[in-house]
Design a protein around this ligand. Structure first.
Ligand SMILES: C[S@@+](CC[C@H](N)C(=O)[O-])C[C@H]1O[C@@H](n2cnc3c(N)ncnc32)[C@H](O)[C@@H]1O
Ligand SMILES: [Zn+2]
Length: 281
């Protein structure tokens, strides 16, 4: 047990922004809205009227594939780079939200660093299976089924927001950050998983990166960026299928592309990830 780890507890009603307090097994606001605290350690803060589908976000199978892949350590250089950025310049305490946390790997990695300042951790994802998996693997954190479109925390309440291969919502990230707070985004660069993309697609467009700038219109100023590049090898079909299942490439692959991937017994890959840092004005 690390005493420096605490859940972030300043939660707000996703319907009206009023503060929430825990009453038995439910979080309630002053206007009578109530949200379950699940026994597995997460809070369901996504009202039905904010759902676009019955089971939004990553499926259970995608979550399990991502868990196996990340837990094997292939993206550890990225986790290390992100943890260094989060802890940069922090002396006593820092509150961190991972917005679109998936199964929680990057917050778990951060929590395992030492020495640690006081960390108040919050992870949210629109996928219930993802948040459930995250909550089971790391207890001292607030794990929320919620959306980046309406982050259920008060204005100016967080020091750091992380968005890793996620769906950034600049206005919300700016709203929840304290003045001087930091947004840390990670997105695929042009050569990310290039060998896999060359197998899956007939025509790979190198210029078509997926980087999305959140922009100064929200009061977020870009301060720096870092390109994280490393190589790794997937040693068997199972790990190759796990990587494919956690990327958009599985859905977009042609039948011929799938067949090429299914025939592999190992795969050497390049990771090329852009980390972009922003400061809240
Ligand atoms: C590519 S995955 C990345 C997950 C995690 N950051 C990681 O790198 O392991 C994208 C995640 O965004 C989640 N997601 C999709 N739409 C979302 C939204 N509106 N708000 C929060 N999370 C969302 C998905 O459920 C999925 O877990
Ligand atoms: Zn309310």
């Amino acid at each position: 047990v690390n005493n420096n780890l605490k859940p972030f507890t300043a939660l707000a009603c996703p319907l009206d922004g009023a503060s929430l307090s825990l009453d038995g097994s439910a979080w309630r606001c002053a206007h009578g809205h109530s949200f379950d605290q699940a026994s597995q350690g997460y809070i369901h803060l996504l009202p039905v009227q904010h759902k676009r589908s019955r089971d939004p976000g990553d499926s259970k199978a995608m979550v399990q594939a991502r868990r196996r892949f990340l837990q094997a350590g292939y993206y550890e250089p990225l986790a290390e780079a992100l943890a260094s950025h989060v802890l940069q310049g922090v002396d006593a305490a820092v509150s961190v939200l991972d917005a679109g946390c998936g199964e929680g790997y990057y917050l778990r990695y951060l929590a395992g660093r030492s020495p640690l300042p006081q960390l108040q951790l919050c992870g949210l994802d629109i996928s219930k299976p993802a948040v459930l998996a995250a909550a089971k693997a790391l207890q001292p954190a607030a794990w929320l089924v919620a959306s980046n479109a309406r982050i259920p925390v008060p204005d100016a309440s967080l020091d750091v927001v992380l968005c890793v291969f996620g769906f950034p919502v600049g206005s919300e990230f700016a709203r929840v950050l304290k003045p001087g707070g930091r947004l840390i985004m990670a997105d695929p660069g042009p050569r990310h998983l290039i060998q896999l993309r060359e197998l899956v697609y007939d025509d790979v467009n190198l210029e078509k990166g997926r980087r999305r700038e959140v922009g100064p219109q929200y009061g977020l100023t870009k301060t720096s960026s870092e390109q994280v590049q490393f190589e790794f090898e997937l040693p068997d079909q199972a790990s190759i299928q796990d990587l494919l299942a956690m990327t958009p490439h599985l859905f977009r692959a042609s039948a011929a592309g799938r067949a090429r991937v299914d025939a592999l017994s190992s795969l050497q890959l390049q990771a090329d990830i852009e980390i972009t840092l922003y400061n809240r004005d």
